[in-house]
Design a protein around this ligand. Sequence first.
Ligand SMILES: Nc1ncnc2c1ncn2[C@@H]1O[C@H](COP(=O)(O)OP(=O)(O)OP(=O)(O)O)[C@@H](O)[C@H]1O
Ligand SMILES: CCCCCCCCCCCCC/C=C/[C@@H](O)[C@H](CO)NC(=O)CCCCC
Ligand SMILES: [Ca+2]
Length: 559
Amino acid sequence: MEKQPRLLSSKLVHKQRQVEVVLNSRILAWKEIESSRKRGSGLNDTSGTAHSRGVQVCEILAVQKTEEDESTNTRSQKKAKQYSLLYAHSFTVFYVKRTRQHQWRCSEVTFHCASQGLCEQWIQVIAEQLSLLANRPKSLLVYINPYGGKQCGQSIYEQKVAPLFHRACISADVIVTEYANHARDHLKTEANLDKYDGVVCVGGDGMFSEILHGLVSRTQTDHGVDQNQPDAVLVPCSLHIGIIPAGSTDCICFATIGTNDPVTSALHIIVGDSQPMDVCSVHHNNVFLRYSVSLLGYGFYGDVLTDSERKRWLGPARYDLSGVKTFLSHNFYEGTVSFLPAEDTMGNPRDKLRCRSGCHVCQHKPSSKDNQWEMSEEKEKFDKGDSSDWNVIHGKFIAINAASMSCACPRSPKGLSPSAHLADGTADLILVRKCSRLDFFRHLLRHTNKDDQFDHSFVEVHRVRKFRFQPQHQEPVSLEDLSETPKKTGFSPMCSAQTNCNYSSIHSSWNCDGEILPHTAIQVSVQCQLIRLFARGIEEQQPHCVFEDPCTLQALEPH
Ligand SMILES: Nc1ncnc2c1ncn2[C@@H]1O[C@H](COP(=O)(O)OP(=O)(O)OP(=O)(O)O)[C@@H](O)[C@H]1O
Ligand SMILES: CCCCCCCCCCCCC/C=C/[C@@H](O)[C@H](CO)NC(=O)CCCCC
Ligand SMILES: [Ca+2]
């Protein structure tokens, strides 16, 4: 989370604190009146405590002169009307209000002042404070996928998000995509990124993946980095990415703000939150394939995705149907997994240290030992095929999953790897060996409850910086397989064992953030904190702070 700008002079800081105090007290006072009114006691009774969380300036969304509300039919509106006759000038402050399950809402409070000058002075003071918040975006490039999820991306944006951006004086250039990869290609080539403070994608994880690829490829091209080099040190992206969830899984949004609610996400964008995130680069024979930030899954999740692609018309339910069908097929796949364990990390995949807002594990810079890997002799040995530090595991697997984040999502609230971190430079490699259907069912079920899904004899998990997978049976090399857009139907059957083998039963495909990779032999490397999201990680659920001292209505006197 970026600190408040250092540029505030002592006078302004005093004013900022003073503004906060007054806002807190006024909002508390206002709540006080509301709660005492509800309690039926006299208005002047301020002895109670106001259960409320103070409002910091950094969570004020906007301030504006109050629009006159002519309707005065209810009692409180009549009271407000009398009040406003006494105090003819008023301004409204819009601020973030936390509700249940990490959801945020835009709340407002109106201040009444006797003199117009005082009122305008307050508006100016608060507006000035807001303009000093350097991390807030002023201009955004928005891509909407009209067909993702339940096909309501456009209405979600127009009805729930655009009004909030407008109120916060954020200008948005909106592009509704017309075909797959439209957003990625536009970002890679035509978009003039200097005009914007951030890019927003309205859709699901697949849409986010397009923005990710467009932005990262553009950044590498602009800096002359060849992303085809598996061990190229990639340049981090400067523009933040915002997600307005309108997809089927939305696990990236869910794992970075704790919910897949569009309004909450829009408010995190407006206040200019910043959350760094790891990105995995995936290569095949020194050719770049794709980036991944959530799940790289071979076996179960790869087969679920392959099967669900033929059922896109089902929307989000396609994954459940394909999940059951894949579970019943119960295929397993032979191959060799080699990985470079992450030494000296602060956490491990089973330590129950969850990645939350202000995460200490993510703030811990990997020791020089890990960084020395890039220049060390082990790396040369590995590149020549001899890899001392690397672990090698050969076996038959039902699933091989690499999670560079928890992958928490509505289907699985704690996620594929509950203790994985968003920005620690590692990924959790989960190996599920061949087992019975019942055992695998138990393992899956634990993703939806509090039990430890790694506590099985056939499951092992490792925190890694790099890993490779080599399937037992060499995959066919044919021209169409080298095409860029992966074929959704899998490969033509050809393998060394027998000519009539059923190809799909010995080869799965890689599910890379919901896209199918065109190859099964891959090498993966975690790029630490390559991108930033307009998010702050999942906030710990704090009890509402209780203010003991009663507060009285203070005259709004900016000193
Ligand atoms: N205008 C478009 N027409 C067709 N496909 C599109 C369009 N815009 C984007 N796409 C593609 O649609 C795919 C799915 O989009 P999205 O991820 O938004 O929905 P989803 O797949 O239902 O959600 P999730 O990925 O969370 O499961 C993406 O891979 C994206 O590349
Ligand atoms: C018996 C009860 C079984 C319950 C199963 C619980 C397991 C759910 C774990 C969910 C992990 C989601 C990982 C997210 C991956 C996304 O990048 C990707 C694109 O959106 N989604 C899928 O591949 C779609 C993945 C679909 C998973 C089913
Ligand atoms: Ca990580």
